[in-house]
Design a protein. Structure first.
Length: 238
């Protein structure tokens, strides 16, 4: 998780860009109503036109807001797997840490890194690698609670946030999830690809800082990855 933490400036700029559009629509309405008032001697006609312009403006504003919500969702979603991306996941982690601080809740962050993923891309091609990533994404996304969060952080890095969960049960669920990942086989052009993954776990409480939680899970994952590598090396020399 050692990449730069994304900020919210692009989406803030997008939201801010709507205001001039709304201001322009408001100015056009005022001009239209002023023209109608000057040209019509019938007050009812002016009222009807005012209602028509107001309805049009309301519809346009609703469309603009819907577009912003869609773009915000896309900006926080990993295109390949449909899971949250790094930005969306970090937002969720921050929110849950704030929630944890207010309500004394606990949870667990699982940081997952695929083992020996590069040879899949090198030997079978990136399309095969993408198929593996999508399969891992489906496996994670369908095996969490509706309240939890799963993400592809980039490359072959994934993460799951178990929220409002006691540490021991959440860790057990995470280990079961890891076992299921390491039992996952992906078929690519009649070739079986065995998924291998390492997982680092970090507990959080209402006092845990965002950067501290990420660093703890990162260190735990690399400890597990070293153990797995040493275990495979020892098995190969027997």
């Amino acid at each position: 998780m050692g990449q730069q933490i994304p900020n919210e400036r692009p989406m803030d700029a997008l939201r801010e860009s709507i205001h001039p559009v709304i201001d322009t629509m408001e100015m056009r309405l005022r001009c239209e109503l002023l023209r109608e008032a000057q040209e019509s001697v019938d007050p009812d006609t002016v009222v009807v036109k005012a209602l028509e312009y107001a309805a049009e403006a309301e519809q346009r504003i609703a469309e603009l807001n819907a577009r912003v919500r869609t773009l915000e969702s896309l900006a926080k979603t990993d295109e390949l797997t449909g899971l949250l991306n790094r930005r969306g996941f970090y937002d969720a982690v921050r929110r849950e840490l704030q929630q944890s601080s207010r309500h004394k809740e606990t949870g667990v962050l699982a940081y997952i890194d695929l083992d020996e993923f590069k040879p899949i891309n090198d030997n079978l091609g990136h399309a095969a690698g993408d198929e593996v990533l999508q399969s891992v994404g489906r496996q994670l996304g369908t095996n969490i609670r509706a309240t939890d969060f799963a993400a592809r952080l980039g490359g072959d890095e994934f993460a799951v946030l178990f929220v409002r969960a006691e540490h021991i049960p959440a860790r057990k669920r995470a280990r079961v999830m890891l076992e299921e990942l390491n039992s996952l086989t992906v078929t690519w052009k009649r070739k079986k690809i065995q998924v291998r993954a390492s997982m680092g776990l970090a507990n959080y409480t209402g006092e845990t800082a965002f950067e501290e939680l990420l660093a703890q899970s990162d260190r735990a994952m690399y400890r597990e990855k070293r153990k797995a590598s040493e275990s495979r090396s020892a098995a190969a020399t027997r």
